[in-house]
Design a protein. Structure first.
Length: 308
């Protein structure tokens, strides 16, 4: 028997299904979005700021529900690759989300350009440093630097969060970080290094292959340290479509994930006290398709969690 939750999720998924047929290239430019077209359910605002090293500029787009906020403030969800997330959300999805008891503020963390995905900027911001000596690291030698995740997490939980709190009535104790691919890798890094930065992490098809399985090893070390957390949730989502192995120079490493890497990651992190781990398969979806498909699920999850 279908539950009310099943029906709600079905409606949410239907609102993005038409976008799953084609997979846009990294060079795709952003077009009209709910921010530019306007929404009857969410009001949009934005602000800009630079990275500490002045090499990257961000535009933070804030969507606030057009309804009275709860006494403690709205929950919030930070969406990495903000331009891509904006392109994957439409007003019909927002119409469903805003009806929840506690709809979230949407914080799209965009690079301040018209690229759907800024491959160079995210390769630096979303990847952890692998060396302890501070030496310069490269995602693709001579083309894409890596290793800036710690600095970006400081910016995200500091100046970016402060700017969002100035623009919207957000509950500081109910904040979610969502990331896909490299963004999912970053979400796992944030969880394993500063777990109380957010109360909920959503890692969608995270790049577990990166750095020869760096995230898997980092999670293992994090769990082995036996930290005691306070009510933190991790939602792991993986597409099940089989991808051909990429042996071209486009992929920085030839590392191949072990079978069941996602389940291995979930099992390792499930041993951490106070961490609730949820593993969900997105049946039949490719890596690219999981971005759009995960968003209605994540927004519904955050809205249901509310301020409780």
């Amino acid at each position: 028997m279908l539950t009310r939750r099943d029906l709600a999720l079905g409606l949410l998924l239907a609102s993005v299904s038409r976008r799953l047929a084609a997979q846009p290239a990294l060079t795709q430019h952003i077009g009209p979005t709910v921010e530019t077209d306007g929404s009857t359910h969410y009001a949009f605002d934005h602000f800009r700021l630079d990275s500490v090293d002045r090499q990257r500029r961000y535009r933070i787009v804030i969507g606030t529900p057009r309804r009275k906020p709860p006494a403690g403030g709205y929950p919030a969800i930070y969406l990495l690759d903000g331009n891509a997330a904006l392109m994957a959300i439409d007003d019909s999805l927002l119409a469903e989300v805003v009806q929840a008891d506690c709809p979230p503020v949407l914080a799209f963390v965009c690079y301040d350009n018209d690229l759907r995905i800024d491959a160079t900027a995210r390769a630096y911001d979303y990847t952890p440093a692998r060396q302890d000596d501070g030496a310069e690291e490269w995602d693709i030698p001579g083309r894409r630097r890596s290793g800036g995740a710690a600095a970006f997490l400081t910016l995200l939980s500091g100046a970016i969060r402060a700017g969002i709190l100035e623009k919207a009535p957000v509950n500081p104790g109910r904040q979610t970080l969502w990331g896909h691919s490299y963004g999912g890798l970053f979400a796992l890094h944030a969880l394993c290094t500063r777990p109380q930065s957010f109360t909920r992490y959503v890692a969608v098809d995270p790049s577990l292959w990166w750095g020869e399985g760096f995230a898997l090893e980092q999670a293992r070390r994090f769990a082995a340290a036996k930290p005691a957390l306070s009510s933190v949730t991790l939602s792991l989502m993986f597409g099940t479509a089989i991808r051909a192995r990429d042996t071209s120079a486009r992929r920085p490493t030839r590392y191949v994930m072990p079978d069941g890497a996602g389940k291995q990651l979930a099992a390792s992190l499930a041993t951490v006290e106070g961490l609730n781990v949820r593993l969900q398969e997105l049946a039949g979806l490719s890596h690219g398709q999981t971005l759009g498909a995960s968003l209605p699920l994540a927004l519904q999850e955050v809205a249901q969690a509310g301020n409780g």
